[in-house]
Ligand binder design. Sequence first.
Ligand SMILES: Nc1ncnc2c1ncn2[C@@H]1O[C@H](COP(=O)(O)OP(=O)(O)OP(=O)(O)O)[C@@H](O)[C@H]1O
Ligand SMILES: [Mg+2]
Ligand SMILES: [Mg+2]
Length: 539
Amino acid sequence: MRHGQVQVKLLLSNTLTTLSRIHHRPQHLHLTLTLIPTRKMASKSGRTYADAIDALNTLQTPFAVIEARRKAGIHPNAGAIEKMRIYLSRIGYSSQDLDRLNVVHVAGTKGKGSTCAFVDSILAQYQKSRNVPRRIGLFTSPHLIAVRERIRIDSQPISEELFARYFFEVWDRLETAKVDGESEAELVPQGTKPIYARYLTLMSYHVFLSEGVDVAVYETGIGGEFDATNIVERPVASGISTLGIDHVYVLGDTVDKIAWHKAGIMKPGSPAFTIDQVPSATQVLKDRAAEKGVDLKILDIDPRLKGVNIRPDANFQKKNASLAIALAETALSKVNPSFKPDHEAPLPKEFVDGLEQVVWRGRCEVKEEGKMLWHVDGAHTVDSLKMAARWFVGELKRPGPKVLIFNQQGRSEAIDFLDGLCNTVKNADQNGVGFQHVIFCTNVTYAETGYKRDFVNHQHDPKEIANMTMQRAFAERWSALDPTANVSVVPSIEEAINKARSLAETKIKGDDEKVHALITGSLHLVGGALQILEGADAL
Ligand SMILES: Nc1ncnc2c1ncn2[C@@H]1O[C@H](COP(=O)(O)OP(=O)(O)OP(=O)(O)O)[C@@H](O)[C@H]1O
Ligand SMILES: [Mg+2]
Ligand SMILES: [Mg+2]
C-alpha cells in the first residue's frame, strides 16, 4: 500500500454513512473501498447488539423482491413450515423439544399482542405468588422501540448482551450445520438463513429453551397456518383474537379467507378459544376446528371481569382480556396441577392484578409533556383506527386544539383509513370540529440521521419515502374530507413531533388548555415517536 493510502473495509449497510464521513477528510488521502456484504461478515466481525441488528437487517426481504413476488402471485405455503423445521433441526432442536415450552399460541387480525400481554401479566402474578411458572417467555411482533422487545423473559425484553449472544449462536449454527441429503439441500441450501421475522422466531426457541422457560406465549407473525410460529405441534392452548381485514395480499381479501389462515394454529389435542366474531369468520373457525377434531370454545365477555379495571374501558379490550383469561387458565392447569379454574367464583387476585397492571406500550397510551398531551396508539387497520379515534375523543377532557400525526407506509389501501378517523373525531365534537392540525410524516425517525438502527426497513419503496408519495396523497384526501383542517407533510417523525410541539408554544392561551395530539396509523410511527419523546429512557 502506498504512503497515505488507507484501505477501508465497509459493511454494505453502513456504506452511505461511512462514505459521507470519509468525504470530509483531507483531499490528499487515497481511499480504497472494498465493499463486503454484511451477510458474510456478520459472524466474523463484531458480536454486539448493534452488529446483531445490522446482520438481522440484511435478512429483510427488499422491496423489489416483495414486488416481484406480488406480481408473480407467489403466496406463502406449506413449504414455509417445512423449511422452518429444517432450520430448527440445524440449530439443534426437534419439534418435540418445543413441547417443553408449553406454548400458548395466539393468532388474529387485531388484539394478538394485547391478549398475549394479558396472559403474560397474569402468569407473572402466579410466578410471584406461587413460583409457577418458573420462567415465562413472551414472543410478540412487531417491536415498538427495540428489536429485543420481541423476545421477553419474565416480562422483560432480553438484554442486549443476551440478544447478541443467542443471535450469533443461531447464526453460526446455521452456517456450519450439516445438510441432510440432497432434497434438503435443495429446499434450504447450506448456510441459508430464514428471513427477518422467521429468524427471530427461530432464535426465540433457542433463547427460551436455553433459559429454561416453562410457559411461552407466542403471537403469530402473519396469518397462522404457514407462520413460522406454527411449527409448534402441541401447544397448551390456542387463541384466536378479533378477525378482520389486513395483509390482504398474503392472506386473501375476505374475512373468511383470513379466518382460514388464522384457524391453522388450532391443533388436535389442544383446546382452542376465540371470542365473538363476525358470523362468516366464526363459521370458518368452527368448520376447521371440526375438521381437525379440536374443541373450540367461543367465549363471551367473561362476566368475572365486572369490577376489573380493564384499560381502555372498551369492548374490544374486554374481549382480549376474556380470551387471555381462558388461555392463562389452561396454561396454569397444565403447569400447576393444583390450579383449578372456578367459573362461578370471582377471578383470583392474580388474574385481577395481572389484567389491571399489564403494560403494553404504544397502545392507547397517554403521555403528558408540559402543554402537550400525547395520545399514542399503533392502530393500523380501518376498524382499529376507528377504535383509536373513539378512544382519543373519550380522553378529551380539557380545552385546546386537536392535532393528528399519521403515517402508514407501503399499503395503498391506507388512504381509506382516513375517513373513519376524520369523521369519528368530527362527529364527537359538539360543534363538529375535527382535528385542527393534521401532520403526515414518513416513518424515518430523525430529521438529520435517518432511521434508528432497530427501525431500518428495506421492505418499502425507497423512492416513495423520499418523495413522500403516500403522505402527499393522505394530505390531499384529508383536505377534501375536512377543508378547514391545517394539513402538512414533513419528512420525519422528529419534525412532525416538533411541529406539534410548536403549536403548544403558539396556540395555547388559557392555563387549562392543552394540545391534544393523537399519533397513530402505524406501530413503526408510534415506536419512533416514543423513542423521540423519551430518548434514552425509551424501553
Ligand atoms: N380486539 C380488538 N379489536 C379491534 N381492535 C383492537 C383489538 N385489540 C386491539 N385493537 C387495536 O389494535 C391496536 C393494536 O393492538 P395489538 O398490538 O394487540 O394488535 P396485534 O394483533 O398484535 O396487531 P399487529 O398486527 O400490529 O401485530 C391497538 O392499539 C388497538 O387500537
Ligand atoms: Mg398485523
Ligand atoms: Mg402484534
